[in-house]
Design a protein around this ligand. Structure first.
Ligand code: NAP
Length: 260
């Protein structure tokens, strides 16, 4: 059977461990024939990502903390030497202070607000700009968002505002990069138990609530998100840009759900 991403090179940012959405996306990309390059945030994560990258036969595993412009620059310099063409970029990165994901949104500090915006939204702009010169065949940029961008989800708070910003960035980037045949989209995933998600207070109650009323009656699996990411990165997704694609068992259409 033909593979969706044969001959394509993908750069994936945001693998922390095997539960990461970015890990499932990486595995799906490799399954579909892509050559894979991974990044990790810091020394703390290096060994795990090298191990996971080894299993997926990643051609390169490089450091990149998106808050450090010099690391982004070093990443691009390294890629130019060995993987001068990138077809697909996956941005699966977010961060907010834990206290901002539990206390009332009204209490959000200036620093906490700016940090969430920098890591979770602005980094998409910075990384897209840095990698754009390598996307010489056109291609696809995909980021990860969540429903808390447009609806109030208890305790998601500052991250909801950052995701609203991220989704607006997707639209502006799609408009800027479209003429060079680079498509920019976000996947809005339903809640999934990952390391980041555990930082949101009462996250397991969110999982239970969603599974009870979502049309498909189950929580989103990373593999479902990953298959949609593979589609978007492939030529099958060639007409799709500037979109927020929901992979959430249909939860986003529900106004009021009453569990069975
Ligand atoms: P995850 O495994 O914890 O992934 C988050 C990643 O962001 C980690 O690899 C983390 O690295 C990285 N990161 C944080 N700060 C960074 C920085 N300054 N530079 C580079 N990398 C940085 O959790 P995940 O759930 O898969 O999250 C991936 C994306 O999916 C996020 O954008 C998240 O908001 C989104 N999303 C998640 C859900 C969900 O329910 N899980 C739902 C919708 C959308 P470290 O571990 O080294 O800090």
């Amino acid at each position: 059977m033909a593979q969706l991403l044969e001959g394509k090179t993908a750069l994936v940012l945001g693998v922390a461990n095997k539960w990461s959405i970015a890990y499932a996306i990486s595995a799906a990309f490799v399954r579909e024939g892509a050559s894979l390059i991974l990044t990790y945030q810091g020394e703390r994560q290096r060994e795990t990502v090298e191990e996971l990258g080894g299993e997926l036969h990643a051609s390169k595993i490089l450091p990149c903390d998106v808050t450090k412009p010099e690391e982004l620059e070093a990443l691009v310099t390294n890629l130019k030497q060995s993987a001068p063409v990138i077809d697909s970029l996956v941005h699966s990165i977010a961060f907010a202070n834990r206290e901002d994901l539990s206390r009332p949104f009204l209490e959000t500090s200036r620093d906490g607000f700016l940090l969430a915006q920098e890591v979770s939204a602005y980094s998409l702009v910075a990384v897209s700009r840095a990698i754009a010169p390598l996307m010489t065949r056109g291609g696809s940029i995909t980021t990860l968002t969540y429903l808390g961008s447009t609806r109030v989800v208890q305790n998601y708070n500052v991250m909801g505002v950052a995701k609203a910003s991220l989704e607006a960035c997707v639209r502006y980037l799609a408009a800027d990069m479209g003429p060079k045949r680079v498509r920019v989209n976000a996947i809005s995933a339903g809640p999934i138990k990952t390391t980041s998600a555990r930082g949101v207070k009462d996250f397991s109650k969110v999982l239970e609530g969603v599974a009870a009323v979502a049309p498909l009656r189950h929580n989103t699996e990373t593999a479902e998100v990953a298959d949609t990411a593979a589609f978007l990165a492939s030529d099958m997704g060639r007409g799709v840009t500037g979109n927020i694609v929901y992979v959430d068992s249909g939860f986003q259409i529900i106004g009021l759900g009453i569990s069975d």
